[in-house]
Design a protein around this ligand. Structure first.
Ligand SMILES: [Zn+2]
Length: 175
């Protein structure tokens, strides 16, 4: 490997902790996940890809995503979803066998507030989980008790039925 390549690889490796990550991504215009680099792709089947993450959170971090640019899990076909499910299983086993970490955290975010600043191309992070420090939750002070929350959602039962019907109508794919 040339010195230049080596330096770039180290830059990627360290970017999350040096703060370089934010600088690097400011100039990106196109969808980076539509343009995956073969050298980082670990496995591919049925339009689903397992790839190394350029700016990993922890050693062993991989990503599972469809080649197709879709924004949500609801856009996946049953067959793509089934392949994803298998890839999640494989990722967990690889993380255990290669990195000796028995836990895996799956992270996928949807919606404009939650989505990646880089792209809205659906992707699941498969993050080795060996301690809670990578996913510190800042718990909020709650207004609702569990029962109050249950009642709020149950009161929306008509809405739930409607959404269920709508999903069957709009997004259910036969393949
Ligand atoms: Zn894309």
């Amino acid at each position: 490997m040339s010195d230049e390549v080596n330096e770039k690889q180290k830059l990627y490796r360290d970017a999350r902790v040096t703060g370089k990550y934010d600088e690097i991504w400011q100039s990106v215009g196109k969808c980076v996940f539509c343009d995956l680099k073969d050298k980082y792709v670990v496995f591919e089947e049925n339009g689903i890809v397992m790839t190394i993450v350029l700016f990993a959170y922890i050693d062993g971090h991989v990503m599972i995503l469809p080649r197709r640019h879709v924004r949500s899990v609801k856009d996946l076909t049953p067959s793509e979803w089934e392949t994803m499910r298998k890839f999640m299983y494989i990722a967990k086993k690889l993380i255990r066998d290669i990195h000796g970490v028995k836990g895996m955290q799956l992270v996928e975010k949807e919606g404009s507030l939650a989505q990646s600043t880089v792209t809205d191309h659906l992707h699941f992070h498969c993050i080795p989980f060996d301690g809670p420090d990578l996913s510190v939750w800042n718990y909020r002070t709650l207004k609702n008790t569990p029962l109050e929350n249950a009642n709020l959602y149950k009161a929306a039962s008509k809405k739930i039925t409607k959404l269920s019907d709508r999903f069957e109508e709009k997004y259910k794919n036969e393949d």
